[in-house]
Design a protein around this ligand. Structure first.
Ligand SMILES: [Zn+2]
Length: 225
């Protein structure tokens, strides 16, 4: 008796693949040329292909807990996310980088509440959100704001990557900060001029950079970035 996952593998091969066979074979023959690096949280409710209507070959994906970007510190550690950014910008020459956080993010909540002691790597990783945390009890409103602040923080870190800054300043690369509100089915995009996240239905563009410092409604500056 095949298990559920095996059945799904067979369905992909028998139902989906024949309909899109040519596309996959073209992508093999010509290689991949995605225009977008999508850095998203690992959360199972965030489905980049659904949100963007992307087809195979269109998104170069990096997912991690929180959709965080490590500081460009040249520590030569085993930085999977950093390696993916370098590959996407230098080799694939992507034209845009999207950083996509989301509502009800467990990474942001855990950054406030603390991870289990045994989760050594997780504890260290969540420090990447420290600068986005607010000095308040994590109410739903505070969590939402923190999720958005964390997205902007990662955009600022991206601009510290020399190859990202170079391409962005040459007009060859745009940066997009997104906050996906799961329960509304809508992405709110960061508008650098307004210094705010705007629902995609009202926004005039999907976001671009480089960004000036992020000033929130209460006048607080997140970072000198
Ligand atoms: Zn998340």
């Amino acid at each position: 008796m095949p298990d559920d996952l095996l059945l799904r593998l067979r369905n992909f091969h028998s139902d989906y693949f024949p309909l899109h066979q040519q596309r996959f074979q073209d992508l093999v023959a010509q290689g991949q040329h995605p225009k977008t690096l999508f850095i998203g949280c690992s959360d199972s409710r965030l489905v980049p292909y659904l949100l963007t209507g992307a087809a195979p070959g269109e998104l170069f994906l990096v997912r991690n807990v929180g959709a965080f970007v490590p500081p460009y510190d040249q520590s030569h550690g085993l930085h999977g996310t950093m390696a993916a950014i370098e590959f996407a910008v230098l080799s694939l020459k992507v034209e845009r980088i999207i950083v996509c956080g989301h509502s009800h993010c467990g990474a942001i909540r855990t950054a406030y509440e603390g991870a289990p002691d045994e989760a050594v790597a997780l504890k260290a990783w969540l420090k990447l959100a420290d600068e986005a945390l607010l000095p308040v009890q994590p109410s739903p409103e505070a969590l939402r704001r923190t999720e958005q602040r964390a997205v902007v923080l990662q955009l600022e870190r991206l601009m510290d990557y020399p190859m990202v800054r170079r391409a962005a300043e040459a007009g060859q690369l745009s940066l997009h900060g997104w906050h996906y509100v799961i329960e509304e089915g809508e992405v709110h995009v960061f508008d650098a001029e307004q210094g705010a996240f705007v629902p995609a239905s009202l926004a005039s563009h999907s976001g671009t950079g480089p960004y000036p410092p992020y000033v929130e409604h209460d006048g607080q500056i997140l970072s000198d970035g």
